[in-house]
Write a protein of this length. Structure first.
Length: 114
């Protein structure tokens, strides 16, 4: 009888040890996967925030530079002045947006790489 109990205890101990090893292996796999997922998520969120920030900054610059002045008088002269201002500002606005935003994006990309 005692021999049989010892044999059962031995089998149960071996199974327990095998299960404990398997548990620790699975826990380490879960921890590694979770860590990799967190890194990937943080990287994606940082990139998204930088892109959104760049877009908001670009839109703000565009709005500031292309703000419309409402004419005080309705007449041909004020309409002509407004049309002249718009036509003279368009190349400047497009130049600033094109170059400044591309520089901003390049700078942000370089910061993300490092």
């Amino acid at each position: 009888m005692r021999n049989m109990n010892d044999q059962r205890n031995s089998i149960l101990s071996k199974k327990r040890e095998a299960l404990i090893k398997r548990e620790s292996k699975l826990l380490s796999e879960i921890e590694g996967s979770t860590s990799a997922l967190n890194k990937s998520l943080n990287k994606t969120l940082k990139r998204s925030l930088l892109v959104v920030g760049g877009l908001v900054a670009g839109y703000a610059v565009y709005k500031v530079l292309s703000s419309k002045e409402k004419p005080t008088k309705k007449g041909k002269k004020s309409d002509e002045k407004l049309a002249y201002k718009k036509s003279s500002m368009n190349p400047v606005v497009s130049f600033v947006i094109k170059n400044a935003l591309s520089l901003l994006v390049d700078t942000l990309k370089n910061k993300m790489i490092k």
